[in-house]
Design a protein around this ligand. Structure first.
Ligand SMILES: Cc1cc2nc3c(=O)[nH]c(=O)nc-3n(C[C@H](O)[C@H](O)[C@H](O)COP(=O)(O)O)c2cc1C
Length: 174
């Protein structure tokens, strides 16, 4: 249990990556943890799309940057992008997908892989190009983009310190 609590505290958002791909066994452990996130009424509304094909990864990067109006790589060079979507028909779709994102990031840290939540999935997958990608990937139905969990090995010196927690984070009523 101490190990779990330490992992939850020590995970950080990584914003510089080495180019090599993560190991398949690490990926599978991370994905499994994602699929065990709790979901509203246990309906498992999310889907996780594993993008490791360079061309698709770069296309997602470009679409994401376009939402921001930049031409930088919002994925910071990470070689794997997990796109978390959730079935819009479920009233808890965003919460469900967010918990999957949390599990993915914490599991990544636990197996020694760096990660970061990259936003703007909603805009990307609401766009015509995003919808065309979902169709190409065989994903039918009405899916909302919740987040991109980027994965890779942190570059030298890329693990930041956590900011101190704000003093009034917890309110006790007891
Ligand atoms: C909903 C959400 C969206 C985020 N979007 C981005 C993003 O687009 N780009 C980015 O670099 N970090 C993004 N982050 C990471 C946060 O900036 C990061 O979690 C925060 O600075 C705290 O750092 P830590 O994760 O290392 O504790 C996002 C985090 C969350 C929860």
């Amino acid at each position: 249990m101490e190990g779990t609590l330490n992992d939850l505290k020590a995970r950080r958002s990584i914003r510089a990556y080495r180019p090599e791909q993560i190991k398949e066994e690490e990926l599978q452990k991370i994905l499994e943890a994602g699929t065990y996130a709790p979901t509203g009424m246990g309906k498992q509304s999310p889907k996780i799309v594993v993008v490791q094909d360079r061309e698709t990864r770069d296309l997602l990067s470009r679409l994401n940057a376009e939402v921001m109006g930049t031409d930088s790589d919002p994925f910071y060079g990470a070689p794997t992008v997990l796109v978390v979507l959730a079935d819009r028909e479920r009233p808890t779709c965003v919460e469900d997908g967010s918990l999957v994102m949390g599990n993915l990031m914490n599991a990544a840290h636990a197996v020694g892989v760096g990660s970061c939540w990259i936003h703007r999935a909603r805009e990307v997958f609401d766009s015509e190009e995003g919808k065309a990608l979902l169709k190409k990937w065989g994903i039918e139905g009405d899916y909302i983009g919740v987040g991109h969990c980027i994965l890779g090995y942190p570059a030298e010196g890329a693990v930041p310190e956590a900011k101190p927690r704000k003093a009034d984070y917890v309110v006790y009523v007891r």
